[in-house]
Write a protein that binds this ligand. Structure first.
Ligand SMILES: O=C(O)c1ccccc1NCC(=O)[C@H](O)[C@H](O)COP(=O)(O)O
Length: 229
């Protein structure tokens, strides 16, 4: 199962988590989020990460021009859209050469018909719990609602996933399920992930993989004051 860790920004923490070899790392570019990358995120560090860790920029109702500017600046592989972005905007972004994950907030039901226009213009979907914020609410939804999923787009399951759910996730079988997205359930502070807890979580969901400690690259020595000497 693929794993995405979302909402990082601090250099040392990014390297620690990247060392666990997640399939995706997410960075929040929506200024209203408490995980907003602000000025802290290092372009050099992101560009130094292995290609196997796909870098995802998370946006909420931002213009294509603004999104593409960040894609180029940080070398993002995919963008994840958490607002009311249209299929036309998804197509426009894809034509710009970036992969697209369209997020949908799930409440009491999933409107599968509303997803159909997005199917041809997105690489992945992400199903998240509806809540007061466009993402990162820390609550789960009824995953059984996805039992009726029949579109050809693979999706990430998100919303309130925490370490206590690992056994349930390991056995979860849903049509189209591609992986899990984790965020606030693994934080010690906003945007700061607990790498030790993530390591154990990953090991249980990917029992065959060997995860080595993160290398101290030149990029992190340059961007982490405590590691500079
Ligand atoms: O995490 C945020 O602060 C956030 C803010 C605005 C849009 C999206 C955001 N997060 C996107 C994610 O992919 C989260 O991992 C997802 O919403 C699940 O978060 P959580 O419920 O905390 O596990």
């Amino acid at each position: 199962m693929r794993l995405k860790v979302c909402g990082l920004r601090q250099a040392g923490n990014i390297l620690e988590v990247a060392g666990l070899e997640p399939d995706f790392l997410g960075f929040i570019f929506s200024p209203k989020s408490k995980r907003f990358v602000g000025e802290e995120l290092s372009e050099e560090l992101l560009k130094s990460l292995p290609a196997s860790v796909r870098k995802v920029g998370v946006f909420v109702d931002q213009s294509t021009a603004e999104i593409m500017q960040q894609v180029r600046r940080f070398g993002l592989d995919l963008v994840q859209l958490h607002g009311a972005e249209s299929p036309a905007q998804c197509a426009e972004l894809r034509a710009g050469g970036v992969g697209v994950i369209k997020a949908f907030a799930v409440g009491e039901a999933v409107d599968f018909a509303a997803l159909e226009p997005y199917a041809a213009v997105c690489d992945y979907f992400l199903f998240d719990a509806a809540g007061p914020q466009p993402g990162g609410n820390g609550t789960r939804f009824n995953w059984e609602l996805l039992r009726q999923y029949a579109l050809p787009v693979p999706y990430l399951l998100a919303g309130g996933i925490d370490p206590s759910m690992v056994a349930e996730l390991a056995h979860l079988r849903l049509p189209g399920l591609y992986g899990f997205d984790v965020n606030s359930g693994f934080e010690t502070a906003p945007a700061l992930k607990d790498a030790a807890v993530l390591r154990r979580f990953f090991a249980k969901l990917r029992p065959d993989s060997v995860v080595l400690p993160a290398p101290a690259t030149d990029a992190v020595r340059a961007s982490t004051p405590s590691a500079a000497n």
